[in-house]
Design a protein around this ligand. Structure first.
Ligand SMILES: [Mn+2]
Length: 243
């Protein structure tokens, strides 16, 4: 059977993801990480923005997925970067400005390579992944039991943004319903998107976004062992970003 390591919300924290792979027993070869036991990393979205090395994270993840060493599902930040790289008219905010600044420092050839490989990564990615005979599902912001097996706009909005109401908090952050507290499905849902101090296990769901880019830690979930490898962040701690 396959064994998986779920990793979310790297947000440009390249040093931390490299440390994470080292700590979890992976080996680096040709700038990719392999596990001697054949474990498969599953990146659950939001590779870029706010952190210092988004381009390096894109390069690592696209290369590993292209070489079938890892799986990937997109997050909302990935979706926005994808639209930016396609030349669509978007508002540059929410941390995308740091990724664009990195991209603007690249040579035209390197920029083209990164652009092409990221667009290909996104185009090839499923909105969510069903693994281990559908006993575990990876979705960036989660998924409800009723949406499992479906595709389309409603699924896309949910897996990228979560259960949003359309309203905003005073700080401008979208209001998100706590779908996990009402999830009674049997597949385990592994997700991220909303930073928490420690992995949050509710019903059969686990939020593993421990806010690396906000000074928390980078958490990876080992499946089926249900253990964690955690790496402390190099970023300053921003308490108000954690729920
Ligand atoms: Mn997100």
């Amino acid at each position: 059977m396959s064994t998986y390591d779920f990793i979310g919300d790297i947000h440009g924290c390249f040093d931390e993801i490299c440390t994470w792979f080292d700590k979890a027993g992976y080996k680096n070869k040709d700038n990719m990480y392999f596990h001697p036991d054949g474990r498969i990393p599953v990146f659950i979205g939001d590779l870029t923005d706010r952190g210092p090395h988004s381009v390096e994270v894109i390069t690592l993840v696209t290369k590993m997925v292209e070489n079938q060493l890892a799986h990937y599902v997109p997050g909302n930040h990935c979706n926005k970067l994808y639209r930016y790289l396609q030349g669509r008219n978007i508002v540059v905010s929410g941390g995308l400005e740091t990724t664009i600044a990195e991209l603007q420092n690249l040579s035209p050839n390197t920029y083209d390579d990164i652009r092409r490989s990221f667009i290909n990564l996104y185009d090839s990615a499923p909105l969510y992944l069903r693994l281990d005979n559908s006993q575990v599902i990876a979705a960036h912001a989660g998924i409800t039991e009723g949406l499992i097996g479906k595709t389309g706009k409603k699924v896309q909005t949910f897996v990228l943004y979560g259960d949003i109401t359309g309203e905003k908090h005073e700080d401008g952050m979208p209001v998100r319903r706590d779908w996990a507290s009402e999830y009674y499905g049997s597949p385990l849902i592994v997700y991220g998107h909303t930073p928490v101090r420690e992995p949050r296990k509710v019903n059969n769901t686990i939020n593993i976004d421990t806010g690396c880019v906000f000074g928390g830690q980078l958490t990876g979930l080992h499946y089926p062992e249900m253990t964690y490898t955690k790496v402390p962040s190099n970023m300053p701690f921003v308490v108000e970003k954690f729920r």
